[in-house]
Write a new protein. Structure first.
Length: 342
């Protein structure tokens, strides 16, 4: 059973839309789970299959992020070659490297069985999902459409149509994503919220070797959020296995981080609610609550009223996470007096 019957066409806008039809409440015991949820695409490489929770779910969607040189393309080409050798039909659509350059890199990695093309049109790629078991789109930011849309509308159109096509056609879909200078996923939160899995590859700072990498899952609807260690060599990744389970930051930790981001904002331009929303990628309600709390803590001061209000930093000391019943030593060390022995 495929997932087509579970999804229906919806208009495109800038809010998350997973195309889920409404349903009545039922006991879990009365619901028959489609066979597809128990059918995983395996690479035949134990460590790779372990990374994806013992295989990739057909029709699932992924974001893959990393700084330049951390191995996004290398990792996905290796993954797709392993899938191809295990009998799956796979494809790599590039909008950033021409197919000859990509083929050159494939030769270096001994990748021979991945189908590659230069293609960025959203509608064409939706059709491509009918013919392949797995598809890489490199990159999401390179996607194009014949429709005249602004960047956010194009983003909504792309993620909605492509994820729906992937699920309809049981084609696993991997989006390579760009990062901002601050290391944050480029674009709105619509993309990471819509896909099933968010992956990141980054330098393993605990190791002395600059080629030591960590493959991390911060969101995984079909498996655990784990970190895996790997070594990036000239011939590709060597996978070492599980590093540790990912700890999802608490609300207090996220709030502390956001406060520090506001305190580090340079002026001009002025610090406003709109700027905080855009740079921190949070909702108007979250921005309002954050700024109000910072005013209450005397970290910033508000000038003006409403959305046009301007905020000024009055305390640039980094915000630390206070644990009830404990104090931070940095807050009391200056008050400690050590008497000289007589």
């Amino acid at each position: 059973m495929i997932l087509r019957s579970l999804y229906k066409e919806q208009p495109y806008n800038n809010t998350m839309n997973l195309n889920l039809p409404k349903s009545t409440f039922q006991k879990v015991s009365d619901i028959t789970v489609p066979d597809i949820f128990n059918r995983r695409m395996k690479t035949g490489v134990e460590t790779l299959d372990e990374i994806f929770g013992q295989g990739i779910l057909p029709g699932s969607s992924f974001t893959v992020t990393a700084k330049a040189g951390c191995g996004k393309t290398t990792f996905l080409l290796q993954l797709f070659e392993a899938l191809a050798l295990n009998g799956y039909n796979v494809a790599y659509a590039s909008g950033e490297e021409n197919k000859y350059q990509l083929a050159f890199n494939c030769n270096r990695l001994n990748v021979r069985n991945v189908n590659i093309a230069n293609e960025t049109d959203i509608d064409t790629l939706c059709e491509v999902t009918q013919s392949y078991d797995a598809l890489v789109i490199d990159s999401f930011q390179a996607l194009t459409s014949t429709q005249k849309l602004n960047s956010r509308q194009l983003e909504a159109l792309a993620i909605t149509k492509l994820v729906k096509a992937a699920k309809d056609n049981e084609c696993a879909l991997f989006f390579i994503m760009h990062l901002t200078k601050g290391g944050i996923l480029k674009g709105g939160t619509l993309i990471p919220h819509t896909v099933d899995v968010n992956m990141e590859i980054f330098l393993d700072e605990e190791q002395m070797d600059l080629n030591a990498k960590v493959i991390s899952f911060s969101k995984n609807r079909f498996g655990p959020c784990m970190e895996y260690s790997a070594l990036l060599t000239g011939k590709g990744f060597v996978f070492n296995g599980v590093k540790e389970e990912v700890k999802i930051p608490s609300k207090a930790e996220r709030n502390k981080e956001r406060m520090n981001q506001v305190l580090e904002m340079n002026e001009p331009p002025h610090i406003t609610k709109t700027r905080v929303m855009e740079e921190l990628e949070i909702s108007p309600a979250q921005a309002y609550t954050l700024l109000k709390e910072m005013c209450d803590k005397n970290l910033i001061k508000k000038f003006g009223r409403g959305d046009s209000a301007v905020y000024k930093v009055v305390n640039v000391k980094p915000v630390t996470l206070q644990i009830p019943g404990f104090v931070n030593m940095s807050d009391i060390v200056d008050s400690i007096v050590i008497d000289n022995p007589s």
